[in-house]
Unconditional design. Sequence first.
Length: 451
Amino acid sequence: MSATEAPSLARTLNVFQLWGIAVGLVISGEYFGWSYGWAQAGTLGFLVTTILVAAMYVAFIFSFTELTTAIPQAGGPFAYAHRAFGPVGGAVAGFATLIEFLFAPPAIALAIGAYLVVQFPGLDPKTAAVGAYLLFVALNVVGVQIAATFELVVTLLAVGELLVFMGVVAPAFRWSAFSANGWSGAPHFGVGSIGGMFAAIPFAIWFFLAIEGVAMAAEEAREPRWTIPIAYISGILTLTLLAFGVMIFAGGSGDWRALANLNDPLPQAMKIVVGQSSGWLHMLVWLGLFGLVASFHGIIMGYARQIYALSRAGYLPPALGRLHPRFRTPHIATIAGGVVGIAAIYSDRLVSIGGQSLTASIVTLSVFGALVMYIVSMLGLFRLRRSEPGLDRPFRAPLYPVAPGFALVAAVVALGAMVYYNPIIFLLFATIMAAAVLATLARERRAPALA
């Protein structure tokens, strides 16, 4: 790069690192959060919900990969929607993605803090969460190669730990324990209620949320035409197997109702099988941090690229689109997202306006962003197939139009259920989105439309 040439994102990521990002972005969802779905729908009801959500994600990822390889830009969904629908469509997808990726990290940071408090009772969980932000924001600033290599290592450790968990509890698994009262969730939904299954949707989504963040690394991938599809497809298959394995083995290890409202279902399930003093249990408790760290670190990488792309396109202040001259990373965007996350951690009264806990509220807000982005992305896929049939598509969505159509319909149904069960959080989400779109319209009136 010459002295006068503006720095650009460095293409350094190989297929193994991209797989690590794909799985690492999500893997904390296998460790905590999902068991609340049992409280809504029971084990069998939640199993049905998870099967449908997993099918939606598989169809979505196989379809989304077409967009990522055809338009390999750091903006990901923003770039696809902008090309398909223009500036307003780009704003909807871009800011929905930004909400998803900005508000997932504080939820995970709080889980990291809670995890550490178990080991160090005198520690303030919010202080620990802020410490996690400072550490991993700094790591993301110093270079994508270092950050991605770290992500791959912690992801491999987290996957290995989940496999150990399943191996240790497998001898105690009984289908009769898993299925006992399996259609009974929270009392106000009733036994076998369809409503309980719909209410459990966000917790099934938590198993897979943010895998699409690999798209934000497309400008930093080597040979994205083939590395991105391999990373996406192997990633979603890995996560699907882990999600069902963890859920089924944990639920069949004893009385699942004792785990349904806990933030640490895996250690508690293992405790039932091996006892409080087992070395296996202590290993799970300590190494469980790797799953949380992998997702936290990976999603910071994702939000930084989304902020960078929106700034580069003029949707956010230009300063957020600057790259570090030495490390060639979006350092200002990375730090700015960290400031928002830390503010969310300390905004108990503001963020938990829906009557939920702080963690549940920001998880719900993040899921709203994800579902809107999924819907716009699938609509963009259909639009671009018609408007740009000659676009180079190194990977084409299989079973088109059935697979993307199923992903679209499933996302719409999931969004409707989310709105019904979380109206106040949705109002907050809709207000943020409306402000972003109105700002985009105002911008378009002041300047010519982007090419």
